[in-house]
Ligand binder design. Sequence first.
Ligand code: ATP
Length: 226
Amino acid sequence: AAPAPILEARGLTAGYGDLAAVRGLDMVVHPGEIVALLGPNGAGKTTTLLTLAGSLKPLAGEVRHNGKVATAPLYRRVRSGMGFIPEERSIISKLSVKENLGLGRGPVSEALRLFPQLQPLLRRPAGLLSGGEQQMLTLARCLASRPSLMLVDELSLGLAPIVVAALLRALREAATETGAAVLLVEQQVQRALSVADRWYLLQHGALAGSGAADENSVAELAAAYL
Ligand code: ATP
């Protein structure tokens, strides 16, 4: 039997004020799998992720985390094993790389094991790192705490392909080795499908499809994007 989902959306409607940006979503994410949330600009991907993370309250429907209706705010969900990587990088520019890693819930040594590239940069103010290095820092800090669920928004935005590959590989390892569940918001279909097990497609605030990430997905999704 498949393991129980770690994250579920049931009839989830979410948005801003009383304006719904996404309507009636049903989604599940299981331990050990990477699920891509795809869709064009403005489809509602970020709104969905923020609501699943507890940063926005559902307008209707519910979010379940570990089988229970999740009403706790984001910071409390993080204490119960959820990692959240928002679109805007959450580093403190004036603090060093080491100090930024020290703010995480996991050991600095584990962050450096995952991304040894950060070792020579430890004393550097995080604000002086390249975009890719900053995103490695964010991801290393999050993964070092061994989250059981990771919600990740547009990890690859503006980064070089080789950096993106390293970041996605780290997520894949976390899913495969520690059984972490990952929900990944991505605009780039090919990139997302290179690492994901399954995908959901959002269009105009509603689910327009879902499937396993296989050789048929690209064609199916390409039709939807056009
Ligand atoms: P993108 O990839 O461009 O970020 P997205 O799929 O993540 O797009 P959302 O950012 O979730 O889409 O936006 C969905 C809709 O909600 C859009 O119409 C957007 O204008 C609206 N929206 C987003 N943030 C807010 C906000 N803070 N207040 C009001 N409306 C918002």
